[in-house]
Write a protein that binds this ligand. Structure first.
Ligand SMILES: *[C@@H]1O[C@H](CO)[C@@H](O)[C@H](O)[C@H]1NC(C)=O
Ligand SMILES: *[C@@H]1O[C@H](CO)[C@@H](O)[C@H](O)[C@H]1NC(C)=O
Length: 629
């Protein structure tokens, strides 16, 4: 039986304690029998411990799927079978949908709006697979990949590189076909570490390792340059996410993601950032290109919106040193204007050193009413967590939120990102589904098991037709197998928490689909990062930026609630996935069956896995091949 047939693959969990081992072997034999009697060669049973399905939402979706059986069936028949998609041309190597400048200008957009995200013009775009540049190489694994990247992987010209100022050259070094980053250079007076310690000192701390004691755990780094400040903050255990506008060449977001650092395309030209109110402990802008004093303070009001009470706004403009007197004058005018406006929104200037200014947002709601200055008014519906494609505000929000808790009050929170039952209860009260602590802890346990199982699947072996023989070396993938991970339907970020618990060297972009419960505030308050997103639209990132895409229940959500084209969704996953990257989808059998067809069309390797615990659910595990042109 061991050498039976070409279609079997024996899947076992790594490192079983002896007692469980017997049990696993027993189940394995049963599974093997099931496989042999299974007619489908591409389906095999996993012998993982049962995956409990505890989501209420999930169950609802499943029941709905059963009611909509006819519809699902017609969907799974799909359009007349499409042939495999063709690769796009060279001009789409770095294609980011929704940022077509010429189309936007044609549509009459102006005033900066033409550079912003507009997805309407994408509808008739040709369907093709975005391919990597000719000299693309698989990025080095974390942490080596943080400091050395392949020149050919990002769109940056040599001219740009050498003309980008002395700050650039200090941080980067072009060697052959590699770019090296010297983020920790102790001998250098202006090293990123020194800069970070300077900020810590300015807010009254001994060193930057004490940031959490001041309540600073999450940082929004606007316009992150080469990402080195964020890389340093991650090394002192902060969650720093880079956000910057779309750039056709030399993109900061593309560079940061290539290095394995959290980043997303976004700007606040005219719309709010895709974050809830009171989201971050610190906002950092070093030469980030935003004219904070323009638009009647609307940008500062937006910064205030996403900043938690007691949070810090750090602004650095070393421009006067580098670019001469006129920029220095412009900076002084801007700082004066910001300081004047800061008083009207209850920010206090904590300090100024060299070219760095730090303001702190008030913790005291009564500050707004007691202002002598002409204060910016409070918003009428001052509590509003959603902020997807909403216009910029001209009033202060968040003051009546249940999440108006000064960052300083959540100090000494353990750094493993666990939430106290009290905090959870606060969140639970305000989610429409409610998050009773029990459900939350069950969710955590569920993901603990699921993530361990998923991890063992991340090996090309699972696509092999040859069974693994007992006694073979354990093929458990290394801890740094993947770095940039996206949970496309994150709920409470249980997947994120579990994968960190397993000590994998990853960060997770937790995406909360706009039609699900708004759990993003909870996710951010756990110290993770995430974003609102409508999956009928492309995700605001560059091609080849994620190593692993994961989602539970998203395919059925897309067909049942969003009712948009899943084929486009697969195309989009393919775009943002690195070559040799992975996709793990958990869903109802019909959705997964349809998903498998689409995975084949985008030319991924794909396996459907039945779950021993629930025969209505399936797992679809895919790997994107590295197709060279
Ligand atoms: C951008 O829009 C223009 C005008 O609608 C169109 O001709 C062009 O193909 C678009 N570019 C991309 C990359 O989609
Ligand atoms: C924050 O902590 C201070 C000092 O312990 C306390 O007086 C205040 O009530 C707390 N504020 C909130 C909103 O919990």
């Amino acid at each position: 039986m061991r050498n039976s047939g070409p279609h079997q693959f024996l899947f076992r969990i790594g490192r079983c304690p002896p007692l469980n081992w017997l049990l696993v072997c027993f189940i394995a034999v049963i599974a093997l029998i099931a496989i042999i009697s299974s007619p489908s060669p591409s389906t095999f049973n996993s012998v993982t411990s049962p995956l409990p399905d505890i989501y209420k939402k999930h169950r609802k979706l499943r029941e709905q799927a059963a009611n909509d059986l006819l519809e699902i069936q017609s969907l799974s028949l799909g359009p007349p079978l499409l042939r495999d998609l063709d690769p796009c041309g060279k001009e789409r190597e770095n294609y980011v949908p929704c940022y077509n400048l010429s189309a936007n200008i044609l549509a009459g957009l102006h005033d900066g709006e033409q550079y912003d995200r507009h997805c309407v013009s994408e509808r008739n775009s040709p369907r093709c697979l975005v391919r990597p540049p000719k000299d693309y190489k698989i990025p080095l694994r974390w942490p080596a990949g943080r400091d050395i990247i392949w020149n050919g992987n990002i769109k940056i010209t040599k001219d740009q590189f050498f003309s980008s100022g002395s700050m650039t050259k200090r941080l980067m070094l072009l060697e052959d076909n590699q770019i090296a980053f010297h983020s920790e250079d102790g001998a250098n007076f202006d090293s990123v570490g020194d800069y970070s310690r300077q900020i810590a000192e300015m807010i009254g701390l001994g060193s930057d390792s004490e940031f959490p004691q001041a309540g600073v755990r999450t940082v929004l780094d606007i316009g992150c340059g080469f990402g080195s400040f964020g890389a340093h903050l991650l090394s002192v255990k902060l969650m720093a996410v880079c956000i910057a506008s779309y750039e056709t060449v030399g993109s900061q977001v593309q560079l940061a993601l290539e290095r394995g650092l959290p980043a997303i395309i976004g700007s606040f030209t005219s719309k709010q950032l895709p974050y809830p109110t009171l989201a971050f402990d610190m906002i950092h802008c070093a030469q980030c290109g935003i004219n904070w004093d323009r638009k009647d303070g609307a940008f500062l009001i937006e910064a205030d919106r996403v900043l938690k009470p007691g949070g810090y706004f750090v602004l650095t403009s070393p421009a006067s040193k580098l670019q001469g007197v006129s920029t220095g004058t412009r900076n002084r005018i801007m700082f004066a204007a910001i300081e004047e406006f800061a008083q009207r929104i209850c920010w206090s200037l904590l300090g100024q050193q060299d070219e760095t200014f730090i303001w702190q947002k008030t913790t005291d709601v009564s500050c707004y009413s007691s202002l002598g200055h002409p204060a910016v008014p409070l918003c009428k519906d001052a509590y509003d967590e959603g902020s997807y494609y909403k216009p910029l505000l001209s009033c202060i929000s968040g003051t009546t939120s249940y999440r108006w808790i000064p960052v300083q009050n959540i100090t000494n929170r353990p750094l493993d990102f666990q939430m106290s039952p009290e905090e959870l209860a606060v969140h639970g009260k305000f989610l429409s589904s409610g998050v009773p602590p029990n459900e939350f802890y069950e969710d955590s346990q569920y993901w603990g098991t699921a993530v361990r199982n998923y991890w063992t699947l991340l090996t090309p072996l699972i696509f092999s037709d040859h069974p693994k023989r007992p006694g073979d070396e354990d093929p458990l993938p290394p801890f740094n197998m993947v770095r940039n991970v996206m949970d496309m339907n994150a709920r409470y970020a249980g997947f994120n928490a579990a994968i960190l618990e397993e000590r994998k060297s990853v960060w997770v972009m937790n995406v909360v689909p706009t039609l699900t419960d708004h759990t993003l505030p909870l996710i951010l308050d756990r110290g993770f990062t995430g974003v609102f997103h409508n999956w009928c639209e492309p995700f605001p990132t560059y091609p080849r930026t994620y190593d692993l895409l994961h989602a539970s229940g998203l395919l059925s959500l897309l067909t049942d609630s969003y009712r948009c084209d899943i084929a486009d969704f697969f195309l989009e996953m393919d775009r943002i996935l690195r070559p040799e990257g992975w996709v793990v989808l958990h869903d109802g059998a019909q959705s997964i069956e349809r998903g498998r067809t689409l995975a084949t069309q985008v030319r991924w390797e794909a396996r459907v896995i039945e779950l021993s615990s629930d025969n209505t659910q399936r797992l679809l595990v895919c790997q994107k091949p590295f197709l060279k042109k």
